[in-house]
Write a protein of this length. Structure first.
Length: 337
């Protein structure tokens, strides 16, 4: 299928999803981001949680619970009109999906150790002092001197090469880079340090650059011989030693395979509202023979970020001492009700 037909499908999606995040290089573009119409996301403003891949003819929402994903025909059937569905079958008949599945299965996977990524245009290292007002806002937000109260230790700014932007497509954002095992940049997250009601909190590289499931965030800093903590977001990583952010609500196949290969002891340290995620990851990893524990943060009735901000390192250390086996039959089932 050529670029014109690929873009024709995108035009059909726009009929009921609205405009994508951007349409630069539309005829050659492979990864598209739309606002998700699902019940979990439909009230979000410009979060663009739903990604559509024009090569695979497949979509996935990174926020929806339960997981909302599939081939493009499902998306159009669920939310498009009958005319949208008719047009789709003209451009890409449904019976072609089986051929596409076979092609996708034959594709060679890229070695995650070889993936690299450029930091966004306008990136400036926070470790280098500047006199600008934007620099001070970014510094205060990150270190806790401002309203953001992220409370990231100053020593981590140089260690993790944290930066910020004053201009460019990722302007006014804290840049948290990721490094592969060789110390090369392979991903980043960009967090706004100027909050506002319509701000998109996180911006990641586009799927065309690198996908989050194709890397292990900051693998460079992980000691696989020690217990590995799994946390949700990049700021949690600064509060928990030897931790890997899963960057969402599910663990990637790549990270799962790496934990299995290394025979790691895994400690889940996710926010209390992610109990379903805890159960799913625990069940998966323990079924593969790994020793899996979790930190029960519900005793604090707050997420791990608030524990750190309100009480500091000692309280986090106390939380980590609360390791316990996950009793799926009693404790978690009660929480799921």
């Amino acid at each position: 299928m050529d670029g014109n037909n690929d873009y024709a499908i995108v035009q059909i999606l726009k009929n009921f999803l609205g405009n994508p995040k951007d349409e630069n290089n539309a005829l050659s573009k492979k990864q598209w981001q739309f606002n998700c119409p699902g019940p979990t996301c439909r009230h979000d403003v410009d979060k663009f949680n739903l990604e559509y891949n024009s090569d695979k003819k497949a979509f996935k929402c990174w926020k929806c619970e339960p997981r909302y994903a599939g081939y493009v025909h499902k998306l159009v059937d669920d939310y498009g009109s009958q005319e949208d569905y008719r047009k789709l079958n003209v451009v890409f008949p449904k019976e072609n999906i089986k051929t596409l599945q076979n092609q996708n299965n034959k594709k060679i996977k890229v070695d995650h150790e070889l993936i690299t990524c450029e930091l966004p245009k306008g990136y400036l290292p926070l470790g280098q002092k500047r006199s600008s007002r934007l620099y001070q806002l970014a510094w205060d937000y990150l270190t806790g001197n401002g309203k953001g109260q992220r409370a990231v230790p100053e020593s981590f700014i140089d260690k993790y090469e944290i930066g910020y932007t004053e201009n460019g497509p990722r302007k006014f954002r804290i840049i948290i880079p990721s490094k592969n095992k060789f110390g090369k940049f392979n991903y980043y997250e960009a967090r706004s340090f100027i909050p506002g009601p319509k701000e998109i909190p996180y911006i990641k590289p586009s799927g065309e650059e690198v996908h989050k499931n194709d890397i292990i965030f900051n693998e460079y800093f992980i000691n696989w011989d020690l217990p590995v903590f799994l946390v949700e977001g990049v700021f949690d990583m600064f509060r928990i030693p030897n931790s890997i952010p899963i960057l969402g609500k599910e663990i990637s196949e790549l990270l799962t395979n790496e934990l299995l290969k290394r025979k790691c002891t895994v400690i889940l340290c996710l926010d209390p509202d992610a109990i379903k995620t805890i159960v799913e990851i625990y069940t998966l990893l323990s079924s593969l023979g790994l020793d899996v524990f979790y930190v029960d943060l519900t005793v604090y009735n707050k997420d791990i970020s608030k524990i750190y901000e309100d009480h500091g390192r000692e309280e986090v250390a106390k939380a980590l001492s609360q390791l316990k086996r996950l009793d799926l039959s009693i404790e978690v089932q009660k929480k799921l009700k």
